[in-house]
Ligand binder design. Structure first.
Ligand SMILES: NC(=O)c1ccc[n+]([C@@H]2O[C@H](COP(=O)([O-])OP(=O)(O)OC[C@H]3O[C@@H](n4cnc5c(N)ncnc54)[C@H](O)[C@@H]3O)[C@@H](O)[C@H]2O)c1
Ligand SMILES: O=C(O)C[C@H](O)C(=O)O
Ligand SMILES: [Mn+2]
Length: 555
């Protein structure tokens, strides 16, 4: 087991103790602690429990009337008292997860420089490239998980520069909230290589390095310096890459995945949650994976990652690779991927449709072949959106799908809410309630002709905190594709829709800790089978997971 439960040991006194969010207990410091740590007089005399503190905090939270104000409030609480922050979040997970995470975190990234209060994590800026190792060496505690972004593709909101820091902070909050990773053992990092967002560059409040983005060999050199610095200071850390532009994301993953314990969440975490949810959707609709045809709108990190894992799932069912690939109709901004296209890279080319087959549709292959063509001719039964383009699933396309598919599986996965390819309410109307829907951002249930459809949130948040928990608990040295497959299958197993045809595809967020634990066990076991973690008995493994899971309470 890599992590312990304890805070870093410290003998901070007085105001220093109150200002340390890992040590602060606020009004819950006991009389004895107040005397021991020199806190008498610094705190009001009434001594409270954590529950009472959480009640007051909830009262204050409830007076904030906009989502961004609620976000600011919670972030401040996190900086003041981590235990209280997580206690409050655990009690109100369905209400508060969308505030600290998607979708409100998107707005927080856009406004980061305006709502900025105090630093958290590390800002590694290009001008400091020679001292990255020194910066990391200053960290005085052990770290189990780092989430890092360069801010270039923040959700579907594009380049947010240093404002992208909201994402690692939000993701790591979920490592603790959902996966129970101790908050003092997490570290958010922003690689500040500039921004090409003109609005940010011209904003006098912008807190990042005011420079156009560094690219090419200099970019790769910076990333390499960063990885070497991480390896030197935290050789066993789990390093999660998040919200990079897809070319960088894929290159970085390929370069470092066998070098340290690392994964890309947009490629691999997304693939696992989506594969698990699609498997559940197909099973719930009474179908088989082998009988589906897939329309993938968006061929970036998410679209390609999901396709890769679904191909893996088909191969596990005995379908050949070539046959599996032929069932995928992948589209990017320039239309359907087919092998007569000359703009496809080495990752996408092998996934392209045969131009010969597409020619039979009577299309001019020099023109973009769009979603409407694909739906008309290939008749996909599963449609996944990962474009960041609101409205990309049009009424015509969806009605057409409903004309041939008994239960069309339709997943508008783009975040935040404003970027979803379609709204669940529209999908239910257009398919007359037949669609099986999951979205990337949270949506309220849809009532269609008297029937309530709970909309599952197919978001990698069902997977990455559990991956972290499993990896940390058994000290996994690498992250394998089979560990993600184990996560997908474990997630499918707990889908309420398997036993209740009206049930949601995914368990409710209030059960997220139980779900994460279940997935973590499967991931950890797979790591052992893959030889990237030392073997232990099943009982020991579960024990290690339970010991790693921190529940917010004062020591
Ligand atoms: N639900 C989740 O867990 C989850 C996970 C990862 C990403 N996402 C979301 O998916 C979206 C894409 O993320 P990504 O990392 O793959 O981004 P990306 O930039 O790597 O890829 C976007 C892809 O969409 C294509 N595209 C853009 N406009 C299009 C259009 N009009 N028609 C067809 N294709 C179009 C691009 O060509 C590209 O292939 C984002 O909004 C992100 O928030 C959701
Ligand atoms: O951050 C999210 O909500 C999911 C995903 O990682 C994304 O980039 O959209
Ligand atoms: Mn992401």
């Amino acid at each position: 087991m890599r992590s312990g439960k304890s805070h870093r040991g410290t003998d901070k006194r007085g105001v220093d103790r109150i200002e340390d969010p890992f040590l602060n207990k606020g009004t819950a410091f006991t009389e004895a602690e107040r005397r021991e740590w020199g806190l008498l007089g610094l705190l009001p005399p009434h001594i409270e429990t954590l529950e009472e503190q959480a009640e007051r905090a909830y009262e204050a939270f409830s007076t904030k009337d906009s989502p961004i104000e609620k976000h600011i409030f919670l972030r401040q609480l996190q900086d003041e008292n981590e235990t209280l922050f997580y206690r409050l979040l655990l009690e109100h997970v369905e209400e508060m997860m969308p505030v600290v995470y998607t979708p409100v975190v998107g707005e927080a990234c856009q406004k980061f420089s305006h709502i900025y209060r105090r630093p958290r994590g590390l800002f590694l800026s290009y001008p400091h490239r020679d001292v990255l190792g020194d910066i990391l060496a200053e960290i005085d505690r052990d770290i189990d998980v780092i989430v890092v972004t360069d801010g270039e593709r923040i959700l579907g909101l594009g380049d947010q520069g240093a404002g992208g820091m909201g994402i690692p902070i939000g993701k790591l909050s979920l490592y603790t909230l959902c996966g129970g990773v101790h908050p003092s053992r997490t570290l958010p990092i922003l690689l500040d290589l500039g921004t090409n967002n003109q609005e940010r560059l011209e904003d006098p409040r912008y807190i990042g390095w005011r420079h156009e983005r560094i690219k090419g060999a200099d970019y790769d050199d910076f990333v390499d310096r960063f990885v070497q610095a991480v390896k030197a200071r935290f050789p066993n850390v789990l390093l999660q890459w998040e919200d990079f532009a897809s070319v960088d994301a894929e290159r970085i993953l390929a370069r470092y995945r066998n070098d340290l314990c690392t994964f890309n969440d947009d490629i691999q975490g997304t693939a696992a949650v989506t594969t698990g949810t699609i498997l559940a959707a197909i099973a719930a609709a009474g179908g088989k994976l082998e009988d589906q045809r897939f329309g993938m709108l968006g061929a970036g990190s998410a679209g390609i990652g999901i396709t890769g894992q679904l191909i893996g799932a088909l191969k596990k069912k005995g379908v050949s690779e070539e046959d599996a690939i032929s069932r995928f109709y992948i589209m990017d901004i320039n239309g359907l991927l087919h092998d007569a296209r000359e703009d496809l890279d080495a990752v996408r080319k092998p996934l392209a449709q045969k131009a010969e087959a597409v020619k039979e549709w009577g299309k001019d292959l020099t023109q973009a072949i769009g979603l409407a063509d694909v739906v008309r001719h290939a008749r996909p039964t599963v449609l996944v959106g990962a474009t960041g383009q609101a409205g990309a699933f049009t009424e015509d396309v969806v009605r057409e799908m409903a004309s041939y598919a008994e239960r069309p599986v339709i997943f508008p996965l783009s975040n935040p809410t404003s970027r979803a390819e379609a709204t669940p309410a529209d999908l239910m109307t257009w398919t007359d309630g037949k669609a099986v829907v999951a979205t990337g951002s949270p949506f309220a249930p849809v009532v269609h002709e008297g029937e309530t459809h709970v909309i599952a949130q197919c978001n990698n948040s069902y997977v990455f905190p559990a991956m972290g928990l499993g990896i940390i608990a058994v000290g996994a040295r690498r992250v394998t594709d089979t560990m993600f497959m184990a996560a997908a299958e474990a997630l499918m197993e707990v889908s309420p829709a398997l036993s209740d045809p009206h049930g949601s595809l995914l368990p409710p967020l209030k059960d997220i800790r139980t779900v994460s634990r279940h997935i973590a066990v499967a991931v950890a076991r797979q790591a052992q089978q893959d030889g990237v973690a030392d073997p232990m008995t099943p009982e020991k493994l579960e024990q290690a997971i339970d010991q790693t899971m921190w529940t917010p309470a004062y020591d």
